[in-house]
Design a protein around this ligand. Structure first.
Ligand code: NAI
Ligand code: MG
Length: 355
């Protein structure tokens, strides 16, 4: 029986459109070979070009247009001719917050054959998952600017971080449930609660309370600066790392750079309650420095496509994508950012042949 899913594609800016096209080609090839599922795609031309034409990143009813889809497959947003906070808040954060996609899952995976800048790291079978609180914290958007009319350099900006007990509890519980599915049942709690004594202390207290419900899971609390060092020095100690919106954003970029390139990392912005669609996107941005040259590494987008299939309850199909990506990289076909010479298209063709 073929199960059909409706997917909204939002390639947006720069390499976003190149890697979304790559992901669609691989998903379509997979569907042709394994007709257990069918994806019905609809394209949404939102992003910075749309902003230049319409003055907004997406139409006012954008979320309503997306609501009926089973998932959203996203590229990257942002281009140098518009300030990043306008493009990011106008599209990606509007969707994440509007659809309460409160869990951002960012696996850090070291692939065989892909050299890591960390000595011997690629031979050690390292993999861990950064679980990012994706709805509040430092990216809540509360604050403002004022006093610019006074004499001298007088302007004042306030950017508030919001930590709610409910928001902290749901992401921490999610991290523990995820840890139970992994061989190494461990959750590392990351904060900066020595310096930020309100929100992050609340987070730590919620962590301890939730941890008591999971006696089989090993826990630790690590300050974010120490965790940055730990990623580099003792990554084999990690399994699930749960952190706030800002901290996990930074740590996951560090993890993917350690694995060899920012272009390798995929992510899922999940609404685990399934009250709205979830969104799947590579961790990287629009990479203006390499956009339009066929140089983008599509692996992050392909891993995101696999995470989308997992979410649609197609785990075997998801594993086929991950397996093909690994096989191709191990065979030496790699894009330039990870030491190869393949173009995006050549890499995609190899993955399709390996499915
Ligand atoms: P970036 O991730 O676009 O690029 C950082 C570096 O990684 C660049 O040297 C780039 O060439 C390289 N890189 C990124 N993706 C790659 C890929 N697939 N293959 C090979 N190399 C890759 O981050 P940057 O430069 O800070 O931001 C550029 C724009 O992207 C900005 O407008 C920013 O706001 C936006 N951005 C959007 C995100 C999103 O839509 N989720 C996330 C991060 C940044
Ligand atoms: Mg980031």
């Amino acid at each position: 029986m073929t199960r059909t899913y409706r997917i909204a594609a939002i390639p947006a800016d720069g390499v976003g459109s190149e890697v979304v096209e790559a992901g669609r080609a691989v998903l379509t090839a997979l569907q042709d070979r394994h007709p257990s599922f069918a994806l019905e795609w609809q394209d949404f031309p939102w992003g910075t070009d749309y902003y230049h034409q319409h003055g907004v990143m997406m139409p006012a009813d954008g979320l309503e247009q997306l609501r009926g889809f089973d998932a959203i497959y996203f590229g990257a947003v942002g281009w140098p001719d518009v300030p990043d906070h306008i493009t990011l808040w106008g599209l990606r954060l509007a969707i994440c917050q509007g659809f309460d996609q409160w869990a951002n899952i960012r696996p850090v995976t070291f692939h065989a054959g892909v050299p890591s800048p960390i000595v011997n790291a690629h031979d050690r079978g390292l993999d861990w998952i950064v679980v990012r609180e994706n709805s509040e914290g430092e990216y809540s958007g509360f604050g403002g600017r004022n006093f610019g009319g006074r004499q001298g350099p007088s302007e004042v900006a306030v950017q508030s971080a919001v930590f709610t007990e409910a928001g902290s509890e749901r992401i921490i519980r999610f991290a523990f449930d995820l840890a139970l599915t992994r061989e190494r049942k461990k959750v590392s709690c990351v904060t900066k609660s020595n310096a930020q004594q309100h929100g992050m202390v609340l987070w730590d207290e919620v962590f301890d309370r939730v941890a008591a419900d999971y006696p089989d899971v090993v826990t630790e609390r690590v300050l974010v600066d120490a965790m940055a060092a730990r990623f580099v020095l003792r990554p084999e100690d990690l399994s699930v790392v749960v952190a706030s919106n800002l901290h996990a954003d930074i740590l996951s970029d560090l993890g993917s750079a350690m694995a060899g390139s920012l272009g390798l990392a995929g992510s899922a912005n999940l609404n685990p309650d399934r009250t709205a669609p979830s969104m799947f996107e590579p961790v990287h941005g629009s990479a203006p420095d390499i956009a339009g040259q066929g140089l983008a590494n599509p692996v992050g987008a392909l891993i995101s496509a696999a995470l989308m299939l997992d979410h649609l309850d197609l785990p075997e199909e998801a594993d086929r994508i991950r397996g093909a990506v690994d096989k191709v990289m191990e065979s030496g076909t790699r894009t330039r950012d990870v030491g190869g010479t393949a173009t995006t298209d050549e890499f995609v063709e190899a993955v399709i042949n390996a499915l």
